[in-house]
Design a protein around this ligand. Structure first.
Ligand SMILES: Cc1cc2nc3c(=O)[nH]c(=O)nc-3n(C[C@H](O)[C@H](O)[C@H](O)COP(=O)(O)OP(=O)(O)OC[C@H]3O[C@@H](n4cnc5c(N)ncnc54)[C@H](O)[C@@H]3O)c2cc1C
Length: 378
């Protein structure tokens, strides 16, 4: 039977990997396979497919969804420093999530799996929130969470779902508009390959002859000396290792945009019209745009995109100052345009990404943060 109405021949350049198609398929005939660059791609069993077209309807690349517009923008950080320190930038996600849980709602976000990959999970107790905090720079698998969200909404629960714009678009296509659903969009310059991350962990284990049991991309404990982007690796023997992004093959290649999913280079979910109710980003350039705001430990850009988003933001305990979309995006181009296209690597070999260390890199990494901050303010 000719198949015309479903997604076929999918690859990284026309599929964002949100998983909506896998979750909607009434025949369960869509599965996921890893391509040679380590990204998950949907594979359709044409024998089982009944050509219902639901996969196409929920696909954020086929049914483009961008409804909300910028209402207000802020520079913000959690009022309590301890909250900010647990998170990546301003700690705003943690406060929003607590607010929803306090009122009997549920929160979805992503955490590390035991195998050190990243997936979305459902949390309904504050004790389980810490696993969701902090950015994991690996594409997350949404698993069956869109189905679970639908069940929660049908049970009249408030739901906060956080993720990248394309994941939120897939979810919104899947469940439709719902007044109890709050979407928290995490700014994203692109997602890197889970397969490459797996190979990278093997590479570390081979080099060190130790097992990696924990990973943190934005370690705050030691970054005071210089560069913010420092990772921490935990080994099974109880030791830990700290590395600056600029010296690390996985991290440096992610930041420079060499290892992103194909679709991210031409991401269609950029700009002022957005999917979420609230957008969270790092407030880069805070010292220039808001010199009056104390952002030594980092600050978030919070962009309010709907009245629902505004309502929940007003309830949380933050230190904030009004800003503007122009100020937020002046130093954060990833909110308005896709990453610059680089040569597509074709095999997941981490050795090809070992960075060259120059005098400029050393200066950037080791110049104390306080001096950098003062220089930027000047
Ligand atoms: C792949 C990726 C690329 C990013 N690129 C940029 C960028 O270019 N510019 C910028 O300003 N900010 C970027 N961010 C977002 C930024 O790092 C912070 O996550 C954001 O500012 C929120 O900070 P926070 O302190 O409020 O929350 P945090 O405590 O950091 O909360 C993290 C939140 O992000 C979600 N999250 C973590 N990892 C992932 C993931 N892999 N996929 C989907 N959701 C995830 C968690 O579920 C949680 O909701 C990126 C994040 C990711 C995951």
């Amino acid at each position: 039977m000719p198949v015309q109405n479903h997604l076929h021949d999918m690859d990284e350049e026309n599929c964002c990997g949100c998983g909506a198609c896998l979750q909607i398929c009434p025949q369960s005939c869509i599965s996921s396979a890893e391509n040679k660059r380590g990204f998950a791609i949907p594979v359709i069993d044409a024998e089982k497919c009944v050509n219902c077209g639901l996969c196409k309807k929920v696909c954020p690349w086929q049914s483009i969804l961008r409804k909300n517009q910028v209402i207000e923008s802020y520079i913000a950080k959690a009022a309590q420093e301890s909250v900010q320190k647990k998170c990546t930038s301003g700690g705003i996600f943690n406060l929003l999530a607590e607010e929803i849980l306090k009122n009997g709602g549920v929160v979805y976000g992503c955490e590390w799996t035991d195998e050190l990959l990243v997936h979305h999970v459902r949390v309904d107790r504050v004790e389980n929130l810490p696993g969701l905090l902090q950015s994991k720079y690996v594409q997350s698998d949404t698993e069956r969470t869109f189905i679970e969200v639908k069940k929660d909404l049908n049970a009249n629960r408030f739901v906060l779902y956080s993720g990248t714009a394309c994941q939120l678009a897939g979810l919104k296509n899947f469940v439709g508009e719902h007044e109890n659903l709050i979407l928290v969009e995490v700014a994203c310059h692109g997602v890197p390959s889970p397969g490459l991350f797996r190979e990278y962990i093997h590479w570390i284990e081979e080099k060190t002859q130790k097992n990696v049991v924990g990973f943190q991309f934005r370690n705050r404990k030691k970054h005071k000396k210089g560069e913010h982007y420092q990772l921490r690796i935990n080994y099974s023997d109880g030791t830990e290792e700290f590395r600056y992004a600029a010296f690390d093959p996985y991290y440096a290649s992610f930041i420079s945009g060499q290892t992103l999913r194909g679709v991210c280079y031409d991401c269609i979910y950029k700009g002022k019209d957005r999917v979420g109710d609230i957008l969270l980003a790092d407030f880069w350039g805070a010292e220039k745009e808001h010199p009056e705001f104390h952002a030594e430990n980092g600050a978030s850009a919070v962009v309010i995109l709907s009245s629902k988003g505004k309502e929940v933001f007003e309830k949380i305990n933050v230190t904030c100052k009004p800003s503007s979309w122009e100020k937020v995006t002046a130093h954060n181009r990833s909110l308005i345009e896709g990453a610059e296209k680089t040569d597509f690597y074709q095999t997941i070999d981490i050795n090809r990404f070992i960075p060259k260390v120059t005098a400029k890199t050393l200066l950037k990494v080791y110049m104390p943060e306080k001096i950098k901050y003062l220089l930027k303010r000047l």
